[in-house]
Design a binder for this molecule. Structure first.
Ligand code: KG4
Length: 336
């Protein structure tokens, strides 16, 4: 089954052709990062306009790279939630038009379910159930992946997403947007014990997380050092910050895996590319004996291949949409 998959939930327009869930025939991504860098963050209206400009050509390119024509397609899958509403709408409307014109089924895919499916692309033998730590620019949650399409959130952030904190702190440091990757690179040569940063606990909800206090503390540290004229060691600061984020995520993910007892822990989303997080998860799984699944770096960030993969399983579960499909800025992963 050949699925044309479309992703436009944030600042990347993406199209892919995926066969039978796990065989990626093509994957094209048009990044808008350069455009948004000028503003230090994603400007939603600009993102929507850029998606409109890119989407048609990108789908054509994905088909061409796959060596297929429109007639070889069996379904169209699209991210329909969550994300920047104007941006998601572009993909949804294009997918609706394509499905209608080609007489194909339309498969709505939850963006975070797509991120989880990035693990299936990396590990051909991975099957649910497993626990997945989902960490991106908009989401931070621990998900019980019971089956390909039945999922439950075990814990989530009460405020900011981890990726958003990386981005905000990096913006104030002036080291680029999005900030996660440059912070990660800086941290490689740094001492993670140099600066003291908080790790939050949510009373009565051991698997929930909170990052707004860490973000504020990190920003205050930067401002205070500037006011005092003291030089902040960027590598040490980035390493300390990365360690604080990882310390908030890894023990909870490990605890969730222990509670479920599946013996399998996966990670998903843009922040899953973080070196410190990957190393700490490896160490935690070496201790617990759980098998760890780390998606290939190329599938960690937003892409459409992961949407095509998850779309295949949604299709098999009969989760289809009609021309009345809407886009949603927020949506529970359990609802699909
Ligand atoms: O999954 P993604 O591409 O988009 C969303 O669905 O949100 O995630 C983007 C986020 C950004 O916040 C970015 O700074 C972060 O992932 N990120 C990283 C790294 N690479 C990307 N954060 C930490 N370390 C990295 N190496």
């Amino acid at each position: 089954m050949n699925i044309l998959a479309i992703e436009s939930s944030c600042d990347e327009t993406a199209a892919a052709v995926v066969r039978d869930g796990r065989q990626v025939l093509s994957s094209c991504v048009a990044s808008q990062i350069e455009m948004h860098t000028v503003y230090g963050g994603v400007v939603p209206e600009i993102a929507s306009r850029r998606h409109v400009e890119a989407i048609c050509g990108l789908c054509g390119q994905a088909l061409e790279l796959a060596g297929l024509s429109k007639r070889d397609l069996d379904a169209v899958a699209v991210t329909y939630a969550p994300g920047l509403i104007g941006a998601v709408l572009v993909g949804v409307n294009f997918a609706k038009g394509a499905a209608l014109a080609l007489g194909l089924p339309l498969i709505p895919v939850h963006h975070v379910r797509g991120h989880i499916a990035a693990n299936y692309l990396t590990y051909p033998d991975l099957e649910p159930p497993f626990v997945c730590l989902c960490v991106s620019g908009g989401t931070t949650a621990i998900v019980d992946v019971r089956s390909y399409t039945r999922m439950e959130v075990m814990g989530s952030t009460r405020d900011d997403a981890a990726g958003e904190c990386f981005d905000k702190v990096a913006r104030v440091l002036g080291i680029g947007y999005p900030g996660g990757a440059p912070m990660d690179r800086l941290a490689a040569g740094g001492d993670g014990g140099r600066y003291e940063l908080p790790r939050a606990h949510v009373q009565g909800a051991e698997l929930d997380m909170s990052f707004s206090g860490l973000k504020t503390a990190a920003l205050n540290l930067i401002h205070n050092s500037r006011q005092k004229g003291e030089e902040l060691s960027l590598p040490d600061f980035a390493a300390s910050f990365g360690r604080a984020v990882s310390d908030s995520l890894v023990p909870r993910a490990a605890e969730a895996a222990r509670q479920k007892g599946y013996g399998r822990l996966a990670v998903a989303g843009g922040v899953a590319a973080n070196s410190r997080l990957r190393a700490d998860l490896q160490a935690a799984c070496a201790r617990s004996g759980d098998r760890l699944f780390l998606p290939e770096l190329r599938w960690c960030g937003d892409n459409a291949a992961m949407i095509g993969c998850q779309g295949f399983y949604e299709y098999q579960a009969g989760h289809l949409a009609g021309p009345d499909l809407n886009a949603y800025a927020t949506r529970d992963i359990a609802l699909g």
